[in-house]
Design a protein. Structure first.
Length: 355
């Protein structure tokens, strides 16, 4: 079998499948009554994941080394990581709306790699001496997986900001979603309580109470309801001028906030391991664990941004929009670390427009 022809077919198939998958997710989000569409979206992401895995495997057989030596290979490995983490996020959240945010990112990266890069940059080439090491797979693959994981977590945080736009939503409670959201009008949601009465502060009633007014309805995953105001509101006009989020948007915001936190919590250890492995490799190759190369510097900045995010969530108890803004900043920082450094300047990690 001609491995080159196989690769050319697989990258185009991956792009086409991801494009259709993105449209399926978007149409499914726009028309929730079409309940069968999200399942097709999940199937599309799985097919794209397998096609990219086959593409990388063919590159490995053709070149004889792990396919992470140039920009074309790294972009497809990044897309494979994003589709893998997407499937994990869907399983964890039990929500097919995750693909509305992640599918465009995966499709865009695939389009750039398959349709934009010149042919000479897509060809396999012999490794430069500095990359002829077992650390190529041990360090670079872990770093790429961390990038993919952090990108998925960050883009879900961006989706959270979009869903809650115009609302000062801040989750009060634990970092795993057992608390409630406070909005501008002073209302709160919590999975175990519902509104007792409007007016001054009142005792919170359990969801199974026979009194009170339930604002949100139960769903298959559990009940969510609006509680009484926990802080005085300056005037009744404030309640009317800033309408609360709908129950559907509140549930979606809760899911996005929770799954974004968990995915970033998975990506941060991978980033840490990748940086440590890179330091060991640098010591073997250059005789120094750290040289403040542009790529190393931005890897450290990326680590600090997401360390600050997790510190704010775990130690400071931040929830909702504030940490989501920090995670959204991390999305841009990851791209600068991964690609921007190589476009803006040269360094020890610049090998063929990659690393």
């Amino acid at each position: 079998m001609d491995l080159v022809a196989l690769q050319n077919g697989l990258d185009n198939i991956s792009f086409a499948v991801l494009l259709v998958t993105m449209l399926i997710y978007w149409v499914g989000a726009a028309f929730p009554s079409l309940t069968y569409l999200p399942a097709f979206g999940t199937a599309g992401m799985a097919i794209a994941n397998l096609c990219i895995a086959a593409l990388l495997g063919a590159r490995w057989l053709e070149a004889g080394y792990f396919p992470l030596s140039n920009l074309y290979e790294s972009l497809f490995f990044l897309t494979w990581g994003i589709t893998t983490i997407h499937l994990l996020a869907e399983t964890m959240s039990r929500s097919r709306l995750v693909g509305v945010a992640t599918a465009p990112v995966a499709m865009g990266i695939t389009a750039f790699a398959a349709l934009t890069l010149p042919d000479d940059m897509q060809q396999s080439a012999p490794l430069v001496p500095a990359l002829k090491s077992n650390w190529l797979m041990m360090h670079v693959s872990v770093m790429m997986l961390s990038y993919a994981t952090l990108m998925v977590g960050s883009v879900l945080a961006i989706a959270f900001l979009v869903v809650t736009r115009g609302q000062n939503v801040e989750l009060r409670g634990s970092s795993v979603g057992t608390g409630g959201y406070r909005t501008k009008n002073g209302l709160v949601t919590h999975p175990n309580y519902r509104l007792q009465r409007h007016g001054e502060e009142s005792e919170l009633q359990p969801q199974n109470s026979s009194t009170g007014v339930s604002f949100l309805e139960s769903n298959g995953a559990g009940s969510t309801a609006v509680l009484n105001r926990i802080a005085p509101v300056s005037s009744e006009s404030e309640l009317s001028s800033t309408p609360p989020l709908s129950p559907q948007r509140l549930n979606l915001a809760d899911t996005l906030d929770n799954i974004s936190y968990r995915i970033i919590g998975l990506g941060f250890p991978l980033l840490t391991i990748g940086i440590i492995a890179g330091a060991v490799w640098a010591n073997e190759a250059w005789g120094s664990y750290w040289s403040w190369d542009p790529k190393e510097t931005w890897a450290l900045i990326t680590w600090l941004v997401f360390a600050a995010y997790l510190h704010a969530r775990i130690t400071r108890g931040w929830q909702g929009r504030r940490p989501a803004i920090l995670a959204a900043t991390g999305f841009m920082v990851v791209w600068i670390c991964y690609l921007g450094v190589n476009l803006l300047g040269k360094g020890l990690h610049s090998y063929g427009w990659f690393f």
